[in-house]
Design a protein around this ligand. Structure first.
Ligand SMILES: Cc1cc2nc3c(=O)[nH]c(=O)nc-3n(C[C@H](O)[C@H](O)[C@H](O)COP(=O)(O)OP(=O)(O)OC[C@H]3O[C@@H](n4cnc5c(N)ncnc54)[C@H](O)[C@@H]3O)c2cc1C
Length: 495
């Protein structure tokens, strides 16, 4: 999405490399190890900026093979970086210090669906949408539905504690994982949590969810399923300004209705997506809200009226209801294609992910748009408005001299705006490589030290996904986050 930036590191001596590759081939079979330069470049990036080459890429088929890979990596002192589909938006799967990228996509079996107990047991490489398609005929769903669900894996969802449009009512991934099978940094295979809620003892399951591959490699997940709703109402509220749409978000929730989804698309996004998808978003709208309510039919009807009222009171020019499943699908197609469509209207763009208190959405959006204009960039916004989870996309041309640095500076300022508004530096995309130095904006040194202690308890040698999540780290080059963090060192001035 953003013009790439390579990270360099010392080359491994040829003999050591050959011995390590031999050990990996013993662990998973030679057919499942890549080490030729032309193969490795495919695994040097995820969906954001930084790039770094691994020494080898392996494709294990079982937890035992993952454990054997980890033991081989330990024996040869190589970092280990788990990877699903590589759709992450914070550099989480980028092998900054080289080593072994462990791709989990061969482990893609849905092991069990226990419809009566509303549980699914899956391997980490199962694609989110494939699981949803298996569950739909049973009247069940797995609530986390990232917009990347056509391609992202359950392992990636678990590692990033991913969200999605329906997180507003259902909560993010951590609320929908009952148990995990995990390969630890010493090669042990452990089982955390279980098949019932509230497993006794320390909640290591909760700790691993969202740990971005730094505490262990997930090799199986037991998921809590929810029934598909009896009735659903999907509405499109059309506004002349972003401000009015932002006001409506708070008004809806203040009125006592929590929609399952409350998504905003601004004019830049509408103009990118509508000519391609024909979802029915008016090209002259300042912003639209896509609102979904679900439950029993009677309750849905009453709540829909309350939503329409709140939107009108906030200045909606029109509120449309999708009457058929195909109209509903069309609206969602428009929403879920939004980020992809930006690529058609700009040479490059940089996606940000921040959270602010919902009530401050209008003021924060005004500030972000004003700063973007001052930098001379267009900023397109498509986001989970009900959660206050913003995704400003900065549109730019990487050929323009100095553009990348200015994009990064603006990105840092936007993160600072979110923090100063009482929000946070990520709502769902994770910290990864990209935002680790911003952690100092929201956590004290003692908080960060406690997190580092947990990490050491799991992985004393720091081999699992080094240079991710926490600032600093031995041999971790400072990234753009550090530069921006220094640039914006004065807190409290950005909003
Ligand atoms: C167009 C687009 C839309 C998106 N929309 C959303 C959205 O709505 N909500 C949202 O939350 N995210 C969204 N994302 C971000 C991304 O899709 C999610 O973070 C997703 O969960 C990543 O899954 P993946 O399989 O691609 O993981 P990867 O990118 O391969 O890895 C992500 C992280 O998880 C770790 N990891 C992967 N598998 C494992 C495993 N088995 N065990 C341990 N660690 C592992 C990696 O090391 C890395 O740190 C979007 C991305 C794109 C490109």
């Amino acid at each position: 999405m953003l013009h790439s930036r390579h990270m360099t590191r010392p080359e491994m001596p040829t003999n050591a490399r050959a011995a390590a590759i031999e050990a990996l081939e013993r662990a998973v079979g030679a057919a499942h190890v890549l080490h030729a330069p032309e193969d490795l470049i495919v695994y040097e990036y995820d969906a954001t900026i930084d790039r770094a080459l691994p020494d080898a890429v392996v494709f294990p088929a079982t937890a035992e093979e993952v454990a054997a890979v980890v033991r081989a990596a330990n024996a040869h002192d190589l970092p280990v970086v788990p990877r699903g589909s590589g759709t992450g938006l914070s550099g989480g799967a980028v092998p900054v210090k080289g080593g072994v990228v462990v791709v989990l996509t061969r482990m893609n079996r849905i092991v069990e669906v226990d419809a009566a107990n509303r549980i699914a047991v899956v391997e980490p490489g199962v694609i989110n949408l494939a699981l949803q398609e298996t569950l739909a005929p049973l009247g069940l769903t797995w609530a986390p539905d990232p917009s990347s669900q056509r391609i992202c894996t359950i392992g990636g969802n678990v590692a990033n504690n991913s969200g999605g449009p329906h997180t507003l009512a259902h909560g993010s991934t951590v609320n929908h994982v009952l148990g995990l099978e995990v390969v630890l940094a010493d090669g042990r295979i452990v089982h955390l949590g279980g098949r019932v809620a509230d497993a006794p003892g320390v909640d290591l399951r909760g700790l691993v969810v969202g740990s971005e591959g730094t505490l262990g490699i997930v090799t199986q997940a037991t998921l809590r399923l929810v029934p598909t709703p009896r009735a659903v109402r999907t509405m499109l509220a059309i506004f002349d300004t972003i401000d009015a749409a932002c006001e409506a978000v708070s008004a809806i929730i203040r009125g006592g209705v929590i929609p399952v989804a409350l998504e905003m698309l601004d004019q830049e996004i509408i103009r990118a997506v509508e000519p391609r998808i024909h979802a029915g978003f008016p090209l002259d709208a300042g912003a639209v809200l896509l609102i979904e309510i679900e439950g029993l039919a009677e309750a849905v009807a009453v709540e829909a009226e309350a939503v329409i009222e709140a939107c009108r009171a906030s200045g909606a020019r029109e509120v449309r209801s999708a009457d058929t499943q195909s109209e509903r699908d069309r609206l969602w197609e428009g929403r879920k294609s939004g980020i992809g469509a930006i690529g058609a209207v700009t040479p490059a763009f940089y996606i940000l992910d921040g959270v602010v208190p919902r009530t401050l959405l209008p003021v924060v959006m005004r500030r972000i748009l004003a700063r973007s204009a001052e930098y001379g960039f267009r900023c397109a916004n498509i986001f989970h408005a009900g959660d206050g989870n913003l995704h400003p996309n900065i549109l730019f041309d990487p050929q323009e001299s100095g553009a990348i640095q200015r994009v990064l500076d603006l990105g840092g300022e936007i993160m600072r705006i979110c923090v100063d508004a009482g929000g946070s530096i990520t709502g769902e995309h994770g910290i990864g490589l990209e935002k680790r130095s911003y952690m100092e904006w929201i956590f004290t040194p003692a908080d960060l030290a406690a997190m580092a202690d947990v990490r050491s308890a799991f992985d004393d040698a720091g081999r699992f996904n080094p240079c991710k999540v926490l600032p600093g780290g031995h041999g971790c080059a400072t990234g753009h986050a550090d530069e921006v963090a220094r640039h914006l060192a004065t807190p409290g001035v950005y909003i």
